[in-house]
Design a protein around this ligand. Structure first.
Ligand SMILES: NC(=O)c1ccc[n+]([C@@H]2O[C@H](COP(=O)([O-])OP(=O)(O)OC[C@H]3O[C@@H](n4cnc5c(N)ncnc54)[C@H](O)[C@@H]3O)[C@@H](O)[C@H]2O)c1
Length: 295
């Protein structure tokens, strides 16, 4: 069963997200809050997910102002993407009172870290991979299961980074770079599994890592598209320390537009990937980096 192409959607509606709920992990962060507001303004209800118990009051007021543009609804839910039990408990809460089905996810939750590889604390290395890679895996598969249960199509945007493509010049961050390359590969793997049931050879083989293989044909669900967005350097509170060291000026010189980016410049790329405007796009990476990786 293939899903029909959405050819009847008016051009002006290609970026609209009405009639659906989109979850945004890391939703209290710099990029998460801005893209969440853009989704609200495009008609989608948004649940902001973050480790922080709540969003700072002034930020939340700003979010509520965005709900008025398209009569959308915003909610906030604390969770830790590293912990499957808290994700499941959070999903139980989110499910109650949802007025529109969950049909999208944007994963912004991540941490960064800087250390020379020879001196890297292994516990910090593991923590970065756990949040950025395993955390992305856990929240994404939970949301995909929700979509499968609701029998709806969906679109998932994993926020990766140029650091998944190239080593970040001027800053030694092997754990972060490796975690973002893993996010690219997670997206391709998810896209293959959830795009069409025939993408995977039937059954699987019993091994130590697969002790209970299924021999049943896989169930057929409406497709979920999965893509990554790879931002270049962004001007956020995270880059403040780099600015003090003069690194952000260096980064500005490393791309073709001669400046680092603003969080607002990721609104349109995220809306494009979430909406029917990108209906034939899955397993892809959208690099929005001022030409950083093209040099
Ligand atoms: N800032 C940049 O220059 C830059 C560049 C390229 C890519 N990115 C990526 O963009 C995304 C957003 O970055 P940002 O600049 O908004 O960062 P940010 O630190 O402002 O936001 C990240 C949010 O994730 C939350 N978070 C961290 N660990 C969590 C966990 N275990 N569970 C739930 N939430 C958790 C934090 O509380 C924070 O609110 C990240 O994936 C980042 O790697 C950022």
């Amino acid at each position: 069963m293939t899903h029909p192409a959405p050819t009847q959607i008016a051009t002006r509606d290609l970026f609209r997200l009405d009639g659906r709920t989109i979850l945004v992990s890391g939703g209290a962060g710099a990029v998460g809050t801005i893209v969440g507001k853009a989704i609200l303004e495009s008609g989608g209800d948004v649940v902001f997910l973050d480790l922080m118990p709540q969003m700072p009051e002034d930020k939340w007021r700003d979010v509520l102002a965005s709900t008025e543009v398209s009569n959308a609804e915003a909610r906030y839910q604390q969770l830790n993407v590293q912990d499957e039990a808290t994700i499941m408990a959070a999903m139980d809460q989110i499910r109650t009172g949802l007025r529109r089905p969950i049909r999208g996810l944007v994963t912004c939750a991540a941490i960064s870290g800087e250390s020379d590889a020879c001196d890297y604390s292994v516990s910090t290395f593991r923590q970065i991979l756990d949040v950025n890679m395993t955390g992305t895996f856990l929240i994404t598969r939970t949301v995909a299961n929700e979509m499968h249960r609701a029998n709806v199509t969906g679109s998932i945007v994993l926020i990766a980074s140029i650091s998944g493509h190239v080593s970040n010049r001027g800053i030694n961050s092997s754990a972060y770079n490796a975690s973002k390359a893993a996010v690219h590969q997670l997206a391709r793997s998810f896209a293959a599994e959830w795009g069409h049931p025939q993408n995977t050879f039937p059954g699987s083989t019993k091994t130590e890592t697969n002790p209970h293989p299924s021999t049943e044909p896989r169930r057929v669900y409406p497709p979920i598209r999965v893509n990554t967005l790879s931002p270049g350097h962004i001007d956020t509170p995270l880059s403040e320390a780099a600015r003090v060291r003069g690194l952000t000026d260096e980064w500005a010189n490393q791309n073709m537009l001669g400046r680092i980016s603003q969080p607002e410049e990721y609104r349109a790329p995220v809306l494009f990937l979430l909406s029917e405007g990108s209906s034939y796009m899955t397993g892809a990476d959208l690099r929005v980096d001022g030409g950083h990786c093209a040099w």
